[in-house]
Design a protein around this ligand. Structure first.
Ligand SMILES: *Cc1c(COP(=O)(O)O)cnc(C)c1O
Length: 391
């Protein structure tokens, strides 16, 4: 008999009742050190008092009115995002995949309004992930995601990861945009080198093609900059944001330059919930905390500490781990043992990690993780690896 919850997830036999910072507690009081943070969502930890305050204060006033009316919280959050990024304008969604949908629509509409109705193709790198809508799976294109769901939305060209020559060769009179993650998350914490991002920007500048960055996972302070592309000293034309921006409350956004957004006039896009007063109340507080140089410097410092300790862990367990990847607190351990077994061994030691493609486990802790918790994480991962070696 089919379960009452549609069985699309391979869930671990764990349920949590409360959370605090980097910790999750089960009903029987067991404490787990959370290095997944809801897949980079709980950027400021569980039950962050500042966010609880922002949410509950708004909850007592007004939950929802619709985008038929002005939403002051939405305006304030958009202003904050514009102030701290390349963007001139912002549209709010509830998720990353909805942000992908708008990014695709915006790029096509940009060319349409310029009279180039033939420019509809979007170039992507293999191994990418942009969500689970029909557009987002077509964009990523992996067999695992698209099989059985055809016919797929046409207009995506998939190229080998990081292959600039292939990207350059693929640009033609039908190309609307390039869409990439600066660091592939689901794809296994694969970092696009700064030189590669710069190269893509140059290619877009030469050809007029729009550069869309998916910073749903790598953005919002995760790498030690507010957005990962800042390391490369470039800016996109359109950017997708979600996950960390709501700190656990469903919220996403598409940021764009005035030019890239020029096709999007009243009536061309919409969302019932997108940018509602509750979500934006939380998003404002998240932005106020994360878009702060001192906070971001701490993420960088703790990322370096974590990375250094992880290198030691790899050296100590060469049959379990192979290498450390990533930037800031978006870290991955490429495994020699099957990554699913490593994640499971972590559960036994009460430390939560997240699997990814390429036999990687992801470490995406709350950006507020403490040095002591990083040391504790290494202790637990070390025990998990020792148990795997003994098995
Ligand atoms: C999670 C993710 C998405 C999809 O976000 P949802 O909120 O699950 O729809 C898109 N892009 C990237 C890079 C992601 O990590």
């Amino acid at each position: 008999m089919i379960p009452s919850v549609l069985p699309t997830y391979n869930r671990a036999p764990l349920a949590f009742e409360t959370g605090e910072g980097s910790w999750l507690m089960t009903a029987d009081g067991s404490r787990y050190l959370d290095l997944g943070a809801g897949i980079a969502v709980n950027a400021l930890g569980h039950a962050n008092p500042e966010l609880v305050k922002a949410l509950t204060a708004q909850a007592g006033k007004l939950w929802h009115t619709s985008n038929l009316y002005q939403i002051p919280n939405q305006q304030r959050l958009a202003d904050l995002l514009v102030e701290h990024t390349f963007a001139d304008t912002v549209f709010f969604t509830n998720s990353g995949t909805e942000a992908a949908e708008l990014a695709i629509k915006m790029a096509r509409k940009y060319w349409y309004e310029k009279g180039h109705h033939e420019r509809t193709n979007i170039l992507t790198f293999e191994g990418s992930f942009h969500g689970r809508s029909t557009g987002a799976i077509a964009a990523a294109g992996s067999d695992k995601m698209v099989k059985g769901f055809g016919p797929l939305m046409p207009g995506f060209v998939h190229l080998p990861f990081g292959d600039h020559a292939a990207m350059r060769a693929a640009i033609d009179s039908h190309t609307a945009a390039i869409l990439v993650e600066p660091i592939q998350g689901e794809g296994g914490i694969r970092v696009l080198p700064d030189a590669c991002l710069k190269g893509l920007r140059d290619l877009c500048d030469e050809t007029g093609v729009l550069l869309i960055l998916d910073e749903v996972q790598c953005g919002m302070g995760r790498t030690g900059k507010l957005f990962a592309h800042e390391w490369a000293g470039i800016t996109p034309d359109i950017m997708m944001v979600a996950k960390g921006i709501g700190g656990g409350f469903p919220l996403g956004a598409v940021l764009a330059t005035e030019s890239a957004a020029s096709g999007m006039s009243a009536g061309t896009h919409g969302s019932t919930y997108g940018g509602n007063p509750l979500a934006c109340a939380v998003g404002i507080r998240v932005m106020e905390i994360i878009a702060d140089d001192a906070f971001l410097a701490e993420v960088g410092r703790k990322g370096a500490l974590f990375r250094q300790r992880l290198e030691g862990l790899v050296a100590a367990h060469p049959t379990v781990f192979e290498a450390v990847r990533g930037e800031g607190l978006m870290l991955g351990l490429r495994c020699k043992a099957p990554n699913t077994e490593v994640v499971k061994a972590g559960y036994a030691e009460h430390v939560l990690t997240v699997g990814a493609a390429d036999n990687v486990i992801r470490l995406l802790p709350a950006l507020t993780i403490t040095d002591a918790e990083i040391v504790e994480a290494i202790t637990r991962l070390d025990r998990a690896a020792t148990a795997l070696e003994a098995a």
